[in-house]
Design a protein around this ligand. Structure first.
Ligand SMILES: CC(C)(COP(=O)(O)OP(=O)(O)OC[C@H]1O[C@@H](n2cnc3c(N)ncnc32)[C@H](O)[C@@H]1OP(=O)(O)O)[C@@H](O)C(=O)NCCC(=O)NCCS
Length: 197
């Protein structure tokens, strides 16, 4: 097995299932592995103007391409790249989006920061799902996964995303000029950070 495919020692063998504590106000979310039942959500995300530019969701995916995306999410854990979860409504278990935790320095394989990325399908936005999922996964990363600091990188125009970050307890600490390529263009990014409370 090539070394790039070896599992990082710090990663667990299975994707955990994380659920918002029952006493928490709605919406409550479950973070779980993607299944074939989530194909429709992936196909709708593939028609979003932004999501295919910042993720590996293909543009205008048919069912085979959406299933291939789901298989790639399972491989993230196997390859040691990180944890990719479907965000599901905790009551119905219907998938509404995706959130990933990508270990950097905590894996000891790179000095890059530990980061989280997320998206919510267009039909499910403005219900609090992103903030609930980000808060839940950040708590898990800082406690169960022993990470010390999580970074988010958000374009300044993307108020929905930086308000999600602030709602989940992140604070903005920098504006990074020409930091990340989005499509063909280098974009400025706000950096948001959360550390253990
Ligand atoms: C950004 C995104 C994840 C937000 O998801 P969401 O589930 O609708 O967000 P929530 O309902 O949890 O809202 C969280 C906060 O953001 C605010 N918000 C959400 N969308 C907003 C928008 N378009 N404009 C301004 N504020 C917005 C909410 O009012 C809430 O703020 P509050 O706590 O101050 O009331 C979603 O719009 C999305 O997937 N966009 C495309 C992909 C993307 O941008 N991913 C992030 C890349 S960094």
């Amino acid at each position: 097995m090539p070394s790039s495919h070896k599992r990082a020692l710090s990663l667990p063998l299975e994707l955990p299932v994380l659920t918002t504590p029952s006493q928490t106000a709605a919406p409550r979310v479950t973070l779980r592995a993607f299944t074939a039942a989530d194909v429709g959500l992936v196909q709708s995300a593939s028609r979003d103007p932004l999501i295919p530019l910042i993720t590996s969701v293909p543009t205008t995916a048919g069912r085979p391409e959406a299933l291939a995306f789901i298989e790639r999410q399972h491989q993230r854990l196997i390859s040691g790249a990180g944890w990719s979860f479907a965000i599901a409504d905790a009551s119905s278990d219907a998938a509404v989006g995706q959130i990933g935790l990508w270990p950097g320095q905590s894996s000891r394989r790179t000095s890059n920061p530990d980061t989280i990325g997320y998206w919510i399908g267009q039909d499910h936005r403005n219900h609090g799902y992103a903030a609930a999922a980000l808060d839940l996964l950040t708590e898990w990363a800082l406690t169960e996964a022993n990470m010390r600091r999580i970074h988010l990188y958000i374009e300044p125009w993307n108020e929905g995303s930086w308000r999600t970050a602030e709602r989940a307890g992140y604070r903005r600490d920098a504006l990074l000029p020409s930091w990340q390529k989005v499509g063909a263009q280098w974009k400025d990014m706000y950096r948001y950070i959360r550390t253990p409370l």
